[in-house]
Ligand binder design. Sequence first.
Ligand code: AMP
Length: 198
Amino acid sequence: MTKFTDLGLNPDILKAVADTGYDTPTAIQEQAIPIALIGLDVLGIAQTGTGKTAAFTLPMIEKLASGRSRARMPRAIVLAPTRELADQVAEAFEKYAKYCKLNWALLIGGVSMADQVAKLDKGVDVLIATPGRLLDLFERSKVMLNGVQLMVVDEADRMLDMGFIPDIERIFKLTPPSRQTLFFSATMPPEITRLTEQ
Ligand code: AMP
Protein backbone atom coordinates (compact mmCIF):
# COMPACT_ATOMS: atom_id res chain seq x y z
CA MET A 1 0.00 0.00 0.00
CA THR A 2 1.26 3.49 -0.83
CA LYS A 3 2.28 5.65 2.14
CA PHE A 4 2.63 9.42 2.28
CA THR A 5 6.40 8.89 2.50
CA ASP A 6 6.34 7.31 -1.02
CA LEU A 7 4.87 10.37 -2.74
CA GLY A 8 7.97 12.57 -3.04
CA LEU A 9 7.03 15.22 -0.46
CA ASN A 10 9.73 16.96 1.60
CA PRO A 11 10.36 16.06 5.28
CA ASP A 12 8.75 19.24 6.66
CA ILE A 13 5.52 18.42 4.86
CA LEU A 14 5.66 14.75 5.86
CA LYS A 15 6.14 15.76 9.49
CA ALA A 16 3.04 17.99 9.34
CA VAL A 17 1.04 15.17 7.71
CA ALA A 18 2.26 12.74 10.39
CA ASP A 19 1.08 15.21 13.08
CA THR A 20 -2.47 14.88 11.70
CA GLY A 21 -2.25 11.11 12.23
CA TYR A 22 -2.74 10.18 8.54
CA ASP A 23 -0.21 7.76 7.07
CA THR A 24 -2.08 6.40 4.06
CA PRO A 25 -3.03 8.73 1.22
CA THR A 26 -6.58 8.56 -0.12
CA ALA A 27 -7.10 7.55 -3.78
CA ILE A 28 -7.22 11.12 -5.07
CA GLN A 29 -4.08 12.01 -3.08
CA GLU A 30 -2.19 8.96 -4.31
CA GLN A 31 -3.07 9.78 -7.91
CA ALA A 32 -2.87 13.58 -7.97
CA ILE A 33 0.16 14.36 -5.77
CA PRO A 34 2.92 12.67 -7.87
CA ILE A 35 1.51 14.17 -11.08
CA ALA A 36 1.32 17.65 -9.57
CA LEU A 37 4.86 17.31 -8.21
CA ILE A 38 6.33 16.69 -11.65
CA GLY A 39 4.68 19.87 -12.84
CA LEU A 40 1.79 18.51 -14.88
CA ASP A 41 -1.75 19.85 -14.78
CA VAL A 42 -4.26 17.79 -12.82
CA LEU A 43 -7.94 17.29 -13.48
CA GLY A 44 -9.40 15.62 -10.39
CA ILE A 45 -12.95 14.34 -10.26
CA ALA A 46 -13.58 14.13 -6.53
CA GLN A 47 -16.35 14.79 -4.05
CA THR A 48 -15.92 16.53 -0.72
CA GLY A 49 -14.75 14.01 1.87
CA THR A 50 -12.29 12.23 -0.44
CA GLY A 51 -9.27 14.17 0.82
CA LYS A 52 -9.04 16.39 -2.26
CA THR A 53 -7.99 19.47 -0.27
CA ALA A 54 -4.74 17.78 0.76
CA ALA A 55 -4.40 16.42 -2.81
CA PHE A 56 -3.78 19.96 -4.04
CA THR A 57 -2.47 21.65 -0.86
CA LEU A 58 0.45 19.25 -0.29
CA PRO A 59 2.03 19.51 -3.77
CA MET A 60 1.39 23.25 -3.75
CA ILE A 61 3.38 23.61 -0.51
CA GLU A 62 6.18 21.43 -1.95
CA LYS A 63 6.39 23.53 -5.11
CA LEU A 64 6.47 26.82 -3.22
CA ALA A 65 8.88 25.71 -0.50
CA SER A 66 11.86 26.94 -2.50
CA GLY A 67 11.34 30.55 -3.45
CA ARG A 68 10.13 33.76 -1.87
CA SER A 69 7.05 35.90 -1.97
CA ARG A 70 7.09 39.47 -3.24
CA ALA A 71 4.74 42.29 -2.33
CA ARG A 72 1.41 42.06 -4.16
CA MET A 73 2.67 39.15 -6.29
CA PRO A 74 1.28 35.83 -5.06
CA ARG A 75 2.95 32.70 -6.40
CA ALA A 76 -0.15 30.53 -6.14
CA ILE A 77 -3.93 31.01 -6.08
CA VAL A 78 -6.63 28.69 -4.83
CA LEU A 79 -10.10 29.65 -6.05
CA ALA A 80 -13.03 28.38 -4.01
CA PRO A 81 -16.73 29.08 -4.59
CA THR A 82 -17.70 30.05 -1.03
CA ARG A 83 -16.24 31.62 2.10
CA GLU A 84 -16.75 28.36 3.97
CA LEU A 85 -14.74 26.40 1.44
CA ALA A 86 -12.04 29.05 1.30
CA ASP A 87 -11.86 28.84 5.11
CA GLN A 88 -11.44 25.06 4.94
CA VAL A 89 -8.61 25.40 2.43
CA ALA A 90 -6.93 27.97 4.68
CA GLU A 91 -7.23 25.59 7.63
CA ALA A 92 -5.65 22.78 5.59
CA PHE A 93 -2.88 25.09 4.46
CA GLU A 94 -2.19 26.16 8.05
CA LYS A 95 -2.03 22.52 9.13
CA TYR A 96 0.19 21.16 6.35
CA ALA A 97 2.53 24.17 5.92
CA LYS A 98 3.25 24.64 9.61
CA TYR A 99 6.93 23.63 9.27
CA CYS A 100 7.46 25.57 6.02
CA LYS A 101 8.05 29.30 5.85
CA LEU A 102 5.08 30.13 3.65
CA ASN A 103 2.37 32.66 4.20
CA TRP A 104 -1.08 33.03 2.79
CA ALA A 105 -4.00 35.42 2.66
CA LEU A 106 -7.68 34.71 2.55
CA LEU A 107 -9.49 37.01 0.11
CA ILE A 108 -13.20 36.60 0.60
CA GLY A 109 -16.10 38.99 0.28
CA GLY A 110 -18.03 40.42 3.20
CA VAL A 111 -14.95 41.28 5.28
CA SER A 112 -12.77 44.39 5.39
CA MET A 113 -10.49 44.88 2.39
CA ALA A 114 -7.98 46.89 4.42
CA ASP A 115 -6.60 43.87 6.29
CA GLN A 116 -6.42 41.86 3.08
CA VAL A 117 -4.55 44.68 1.30
CA ALA A 118 -2.12 45.06 4.23
CA LYS A 119 -1.30 41.37 4.00
CA LEU A 120 -0.86 41.55 0.20
CA ASP A 121 1.53 44.48 0.62
CA LYS A 122 3.73 42.42 2.93
CA GLY A 123 3.92 39.65 0.33
CA VAL A 124 2.02 36.37 0.29
CA ASP A 125 2.90 33.05 -1.26
CA VAL A 126 -0.66 31.77 -1.59
CA LEU A 127 -3.96 33.53 -2.08
CA ILE A 128 -7.02 31.58 -1.11
CA ALA A 129 -9.85 33.49 -2.69
CA THR A 130 -13.38 33.63 -3.94
CA PRO A 131 -13.31 34.81 -7.60
CA GLY A 132 -15.28 38.07 -7.11
CA ARG A 133 -13.09 39.44 -4.32
CA LEU A 134 -9.90 38.51 -6.13
CA LEU A 135 -10.99 40.37 -9.28
CA ASP A 136 -12.15 43.32 -7.20
CA LEU A 137 -8.69 43.65 -5.62
CA PHE A 138 -7.03 43.15 -9.00
CA GLU A 139 -9.09 45.97 -10.51
CA ARG A 140 -8.01 48.22 -7.65
CA SER A 141 -4.36 47.33 -8.47
CA LYS A 142 -3.89 45.78 -5.04
CA VAL A 143 -2.71 42.47 -6.42
CA MET A 144 -0.83 41.38 -9.56
CA LEU A 145 -1.37 37.97 -11.07
CA ASN A 146 1.60 37.78 -13.43
CA GLY A 147 3.74 35.96 -10.84
CA VAL A 148 1.29 33.07 -10.40
CA GLN A 149 3.01 29.72 -10.99
CA LEU A 150 0.23 27.50 -9.75
CA MET A 151 -3.53 27.88 -9.81
CA VAL A 152 -6.05 25.61 -8.14
CA VAL A 153 -9.75 25.62 -8.97
CA ASP A 154 -11.69 23.83 -6.23
CA GLU A 155 -15.30 22.64 -6.64
CA ALA A 156 -15.59 23.88 -10.20
CA ASP A 157 -19.13 22.53 -10.60
CA ARG A 158 -20.27 24.66 -7.67
CA MET A 159 -18.54 27.63 -9.27
CA LEU A 160 -20.69 26.94 -12.33
CA ASP A 161 -23.90 26.83 -10.25
CA MET A 162 -22.96 30.16 -8.70
CA GLY A 163 -22.22 31.85 -12.05
CA PHE A 164 -18.45 32.19 -11.50
CA ILE A 165 -17.22 30.62 -14.76
CA PRO A 166 -16.67 33.98 -16.56
CA ASP A 167 -14.69 35.20 -13.53
CA ILE A 168 -12.54 32.07 -13.57
CA GLU A 169 -11.90 32.45 -17.30
CA ARG A 170 -10.83 36.03 -16.67
CA ILE A 171 -8.50 35.03 -13.85
CA PHE A 172 -6.97 32.31 -16.07
CA LYS A 173 -6.18 34.95 -18.69
CA LEU A 174 -4.58 37.25 -16.11
CA THR A 175 -2.11 34.58 -14.99
CA PRO A 176 0.94 33.52 -17.08
CA PRO A 177 0.21 30.77 -19.66
CA SER A 178 3.10 28.77 -18.18
CA ARG A 179 1.34 28.34 -14.80
CA GLN A 180 0.41 24.88 -13.61
CA THR A 181 -3.30 24.22 -13.06
CA LEU A 182 -4.89 21.82 -10.59
CA PHE A 183 -8.60 21.58 -11.29
CA PHE A 184 -11.14 19.77 -9.10
CA SER A 185 -14.82 19.11 -9.65
CA ALA A 186 -17.27 16.55 -8.27
CA THR A 187 -19.06 16.29 -11.63
CA MET A 188 -18.17 17.20 -15.21
CA PRO A 189 -21.04 19.07 -16.88
CA PRO A 190 -20.30 20.27 -20.48
CA GLU A 191 -19.45 23.83 -19.37
CA ILE A 192 -16.75 22.48 -17.06
CA THR A 193 -15.36 20.16 -19.75
CA ARG A 194 -15.15 23.17 -22.07
CA LEU A 195 -13.28 25.16 -19.43
CA THR A 196 -10.76 22.37 -18.83
CA GLU A 197 -10.19 22.05 -22.59
CA GLN A 198 -9.24 25.73 -22.74
P1 AMP B 1 -11.69 16.89 1.93
O1 AMP B 1 -12.24 15.91 0.94
O2 AMP B 1 -10.47 17.54 1.45
O3 AMP B 1 -12.75 17.87 2.37
O4 AMP B 1 -11.22 16.06 3.24
C1 AMP B 1 -12.13 15.34 4.02
C2 AMP B 1 -11.55 15.00 5.39
O5 AMP B 1 -10.62 13.93 5.28
C3 AMP B 1 -10.83 16.14 6.08
O6 AMP B 1 -11.30 16.21 7.40
C4 AMP B 1 -9.38 15.73 6.07
O7 AMP B 1 -8.70 16.22 7.19
C5 AMP B 1 -9.45 14.23 6.05
N1 AMP B 1 -8.30 13.59 5.37
C6 AMP B 1 -7.57 14.10 4.36
N2 AMP B 1 -6.61 13.24 3.96
C7 AMP B 1 -6.74 12.13 4.72
C8 AMP B 1 -6.04 10.89 4.77
N3 AMP B 1 -5.04 10.60 3.96
N4 AMP B 1 -6.44 9.98 5.70
C9 AMP B 1 -7.47 10.26 6.50
N5 AMP B 1 -8.19 11.40 6.50
C10 AMP B 1 -7.83 12.34 5.62
